[in-house]
Write a protein that binds this ligand. Structure first.
Ligand SMILES: [Zn+2]
Length: 454
């Protein structure tokens, strides 16, 4: 058995009776960026987005003040303000695409635009890309009504405002890894803008680490059940992946990895890192890709095999979603700014910033991670190779949990690339992540089967 150094058990997570305290170490840079997120600027962004009257996908594109064209022009100009402060590492572009046509859901062929801000990574050897998205378009009940007031303050003004705030803050700092901030259109008519981007990413072989899709992150009260809670946010992640080859399916079945796909690893990571930096917010993992009968812009990326999740408020107000504004039978309808809890958006923007920054500063993931499955033993041997991208890791975290647990329960630091632990592989799930000397972790890798001899 190869000797290993378990330097310390960093974190005891999960609901464990009388567990040790959790050690929280915050990177001062990430902490200060999270602290810069402003309730007031989020409110100002959302008020401005609502002022375009409607951002329906078929609304006017050539009016300076009204419609989706005015909205995407404004977002692009806002992003461009931060180009000088970034030392020109930030670039902003429209990505145009055509949707609709005769016999399709959108009968009129229309050209739409996504607004993409790219903060180029400072390490030219590192091709990793991090993505964050929200959608600009809005709607009312009738999905083809392109002229009625459709404020879209929460759906998805909240997500757009959060991303605009992140560009403002993050573009002044350097990260080795490239971050793309995507303001997408075409969502309400069929996830068209996201599909266009997923196609480009796939054709151009982007090395995407993660996509964080933010859609409705500002409503804190539920309709009907009248709950009120701005201390909880959901992260939706697929279990069985939308993209899976026969071989991947066989491996999933063999390793019992149905709860450990890439999206789920990302969801757990967001919970751990988000809660590390944002106070008074619990990240609730929802083990499904999205809500019943609803979709989001992460899904076209999942279908292409990319790691993508949706971040969404915990409680929804159906009176305010996709409805025409106005009071009827004593109930206020419409997705108006009055329905947005700006403090909640601020906190939700915080978990996005913390996750992106921590990933952008982390070494790449370990490669060829394997769990030795030959022979019978009550110990478990794991081994892996150092990452192919990014800086040299200071070491690795071995994550472990009992098979029925949702979150990792133990986190061990090792410096070797092989470890044997006195825990049975049959009773626990394991994974491995790279970590640098400041504690920035990569996403975990769930090991495949490996033989004893290297
Ligand atoms: Zn939406």
């Amino acid at each position: 058995m190869k000797r290993y150094l378990a330097l310390f058990i960093v974190i005891m997570l999960g609901i464990q009776v009388s567990s040790a305290q959790q050690i929280i170490r915050r990177d001062p840079l990430i902490s200060s960026m999270v602290g810069e997120i402003s309730h007031d600027s989020i409110e100002a962004y959302i008020q401005k987005l609502v002022s375009f009257h409607t951002r329906h996908n078929l609304s006017v594109q050539d009016d300076p003040d009204i419609g989706i064209g005015a909205a995407w022009n404004w977002v692009k100009k806002e992003f461009e303000k931060y180009v000088p402060g970034s030392g020109a590492r930030l670039s902003v572009e429209f990505v145009n695409y055509t949707v609709g046509g005769e016999g399709q859901r959108m009968e009129k062929e229309t050209e739409l635009r996504n607004v993409i801000a790219t903060l180029k990574g400072t390490n030219p050897e590192d091709d990793r890309v991090l993505l964050i998205s929200a959608h600009l378009d809005s709607r009312v009940e009738d999905n083809f009504d392109s002229t009625t007031f459709a404020p879209g303050a929460n759906d998805d003004g909240s997500g757009v405002a959060a991303i605009m705030e992140l560009v403002r803050i993050m573009s002044a700092h350097e990260f080795p890894v490239t971050i793309k901030y995507m303001i997408l259109t075409g969502e309400e008519q069929g996830l068209f803008g996201a599909s266009a981007m997923a196609d480009i990413a796939s054709e151009e072989n982007w090395n995407i680490v993660a996509l964080l899709n933010n859609d409705m992150i500002g409503n804190s009260g539920s309709s009907g059940t009248l709950l009120n809670d701005n201390m909880r946010v959901r992260v939706f992640s697929e279990g069985v992946p939308a993209f899976e080859t026969e071989q991947m399916a066989r491996m999933r079945s063999y390793t019992a990895g149905e709860n450990d796909g890439n999206a789920r690893q990302l969801a757990r990571y967001i919970k751990e890192v988000g809660e590390r930096y944002v106070d008074q917010l619990d990240v609730t993992l929802v083990y499904r890709n999205d809500r019943y009968g609803r979709g989001g812009d992460h899904t076209p990326f999942c279908r292409k095999g990319f790691t993508a999740v949706r971040i969404c408020e915990f409680n929804e107000n159906y009176h305010r979603t996709h409805t025409t504004p106005g009071e009827r039978d004593g109930i206020m309808y419409g997705d108006l700014p009055e329905g947005v809890d700006y403090e909640y958006v601020r906190k939700n923007a915080g978990i996005n910033l913390a996750t992106l920054a921590n990933l952008a500063l982390s070494p790449g993931q370990p490669v060829n991670a394997g769990i030795v499955v030959s022979g019978l033993s009550n110990s478990t041997t794991l081994r892996w190779e150092k990452p192919e991208t990014g800086k040299e890791p200071a070491g690795y975290y071995i994550l472990m949990r009992e098979t029925h647990q949702s979150m990792w329960q133990k986190k061990l630091f090792v410096t070797d690339t092989e470890v044997t632990l006195p825990y049975s592989k049959d009773n626990y799930f394991f994974s491995v992540q790279s970590v640098d000397s400041e504690g920035h972790e990569s996403l975990p890798v769930f090991p495949g089967p490996a033989r004893r001899i290297r």
